[in-house]
Design a protein around this ligand. Structure first.
Ligand SMILES: [Zn+2]
Length: 254
């Protein structure tokens, strides 16, 4: 039985750790120390590292981890991932046999040029592309790319558990309410997630179904979202990608 444990790093990063009684794999270890401490305390062998993209708060701990615990490192082909042993792209799989896990690699460019997600066992590890009630900034990609990447993730089954890289949920909900003030699912979500944060618990994982109901970046076909985008633009967005680009820009200024 595999359990998913969030290890905290920096201000608001999560290093998702998949474990059984003896083995562990980590996703996006931006810092080695929380992982080293956890492996020692729980007496676990590190059997894989999965990287979604090259930003230091996601891969900064990889070199120190592999120095202490040699393990395969999966990461996007075409991004500078330290100690990368298994460069992957769309259609590839990350197989962690010790944990009985097999993840499909999804290419989801936009935040970075070759960002990937790992999907399997009803779990999605999506780094800084899809956030709970938000999405990543467009550092290296275009709105077209990011919109297509988010659409790819939104097409996964509703009960897929969404493990993203940061605890940004409450701030994201604040913006989502500005876009869709009448969305009741959003108001309910705010209450539930505020309760979790008050107890210092993660608001993650989310689910694809919850994101489709509340995340404005997955709702660019909703009349209320289109109307808000048009208001922000002072013009009519004529495609869903333009709606997406408008609210992404608005969020940067929010
Ligand atoms: Zn990033």
């Amino acid at each position: 039985m595999v359990e998913v444990v969030p290890l905290r790093a920096f201000k608001d990063n999560y290093i998702w750790t998949l474990r059984d009684a003896r083995h562990a794999a980590v996703v996006d270890p931006g810092d080695a120390q929380p992982v080293l401490d956890y492996l020692a305390r729980e007496r676990l062998a590190l059997v894989a590292i999965l990287a979604t993209h090259h930003h230091p708060d996601h891969v900064g701990g990889v070199a120190a981890l592999t120095a202490a615990h040699p393990a395969p490192v999966y990461g996007p082909r075409g991004e500078p991932i330290p100690a990368l042993t298994h460069p992957v792209g769309g259609g590839d799989h990350a197989v962690i046999s010790e944990l009985g896990l097999r993840f499909a690699v999804l290419e989801i460019p936009g935040h970075t040029r070759a960002h990937v997600a790992y999907y399997g066992e009803k779990m999605l590890f999506c780094g800084d592309t899809l956030f709970a009630c938000g999405c990543g900034r467009l550092f290296e990609g275009t709105p077209e790319q990011m919109y297509a990447s988010l659409a790819k993730l939104a097409a996964l089954p509703d009960d897929t558990l969404v493990y993203c890289g940061h605890e940004y949920t409450l701030a994201n909900i604040g913006f989502a309410k500005a876009v869709e003030p009448e969305n009741r699912a959003l108001a309910e979500r705010e209450q539930a997630d505020a309760d979790l944060r008050a107890l210092n618990r993660p608001t993650l994982p989310s689910t694809i179904g919850r994101e489709k109901a509340t995340n404005p970046f997955l709702r660019c076909l909703e009349p209320a979202v289109i109307e808000s985008a048009n208001k922000y633009l002072g013009a009519r967005a004529s495609t869903p990608t333009q709606v997406f680009a408008a609210i992404r820009k608005w969020k940067n200024e929010f």
